[in-house]
Design a protein around this ligand. Structure first.
Ligand code: PMP
Length: 362
């Protein structure tokens, strides 16, 4: 890896200050049980593979549709919206980046988000030189909605909420999201619903009602397409137009032909979607009980992972011991959550292997 000790003069100040996101390990050796980056343990719908094959056989010499209209139409139809209320990108990370750039660079005002949440938000505020105000979560790692509402009413650049939150898995009811939307009617409230399909409540139903609501979702988790890189955002047409301005300023094609074909097929296979997400939710609830039997405190989860700590065992050491037994889980160094492990839900067989390894370690 390239390591720089002195900041080169070439780098702009935001880049010099930037602490880049540290992704979870993507192992280069086979045979590991991968419960560390919240992927779906099941493959995507077989219809996805067929659609990608067909798309690969015709037209790869042509550029993709710069407006990704077919995919936006499919997503809009699925969620009862119009295509001009849907924006697509290469994974929701890219969609979030465009949203930060388009809406949160409000001079002299801070973007509000919880101090325990998806760590990419902090990276994007640094990258785009946005002031960030991190709002403390409570003892139980719950978002303090009262404090956010009170702070937002004094003026802010916007609010970002992951719902369910990451890495806790805790969900907020829509009544709380509505309180946030009403607290800053002139600023965007971005609700990142990467994990919502595993038992959370989506704010998509509020899009027509709140012009300041932007909801981001991804096909990486519940549609098993982390490798394809497709995410989207829904909101009223003026918000989508703001995102499109930013995207067009990079002259970037949002989605390539293969990803677009695969994503459309995935969005259209409701049966596969329902089967796999229900299997994941069932395995999650089972694993939660097994971890509790082993003495773990496990937060309630509406996501495809659980967040757990053991009162008698150091989380970093547990993660290392699991790694030696070929099981990968995620551990974060941030002091507030350093005693927790984030464990993605695998197949029942993978969850069993985790429990067996934990029993041997404890
Ligand atoms: N939001 C949250 C809360 C996430 O955990 C992730 C996955 N790391 C993403 C967004 C981004 O996912 P993707 O870019 O694969 O859509």
């Amino acid at each position: 890896t390239f390591m720089q000790t002195d900041t080169p003069a070439f780098w702009s100040p935001p880049v010099a200050k930037l602490q880049p996101y540290v992704p979870g390990e993507q192992p280069r050796i086979a045979g590991l049980i991968k419960l560390n980056t919240n992927e779906n343990p099941y493959p995507p719908s077989p219809a996805v593979l067929a659609a990608i094959g067909e798309a690969a056989a015709t037209g790869l010499e042509r550029y993709p549709d710069p407006e990704s209209l077919a995919l936006r139409q499919t997503i809009a139809t699925r969620h009862g919206l119009q295509p001009d209320q849907v924006f697509v990108g290469n994974g929701s990370d890219e969609v979030l980046a465009h949203a930060f750039s388009a809406f949160f660079r409000q001079p002299g005002q801070a973007l509000l988000f919880p101090d325990v949440t998806y760590s990419f938000y902090r990276v994007y505020t640094q990258l785009f030189d946005i002031e960030a105000e991190l709002m403390p979560v409570d003892e139980a790692l719950r978002i303090d909605v009262d404090a956010l509402v009170e702070r937002a009413a004094k003026g802010c650049a916007g609010i970002v909420i992951a719902n369910p939150n990451a890495p806790t898995g805790i969900g907020l009811p829509l009544s709380d999201i509505e309180r946030l939307l009403r607290a800053c009617p002139d600023r965007v409230v971005l609700v990142d619903e990467a994990y919502v399909d595993f038992g959370g409540t989506s704010a998509l139903s509020l899009v027509q009602q709140y012009p300041n609501l932007l909801v981001a979702q991804t096909l990486s988790k519940s549609r098993s397409l982390a490798g394809l890189r497709v995410g989207f955002a829904c909101g009223q047409a003026v918000l989508i137009e703001g995102l499109t301005r930013v995207k067009d300023s990079f002259n970037s094609y949002p989605i390539d032909r293969l990803a677009s074909a695969g994503a459309i097929a995935a969005m259209e296979d409701e049966a596969w979607f329902d089967q796999t997400r229900h299997d994941v939710m069932q395995a999650r609830d089972m694993l939660r009980g097994q971890l509790q039997d082993l003495g773990f405190d496990v937060l309630p989860s509406e996501a495809n992972f659980v967040f757990a700590r053991h009162p008698k065992h150091d989380a970093a050491q547990l993660a290392a011991a699991l790694r030696e037994r070929a099981v990968l889980v995620r551990h974060f160094k941030q002091p507030r959550i350093a005693q927790y492990l984030r464990i993605s839900i695998g197949t029942p067989t993978q969850c069993d292997a985790l429990v067996t390894a934990l029993k041997a370690i404890l």
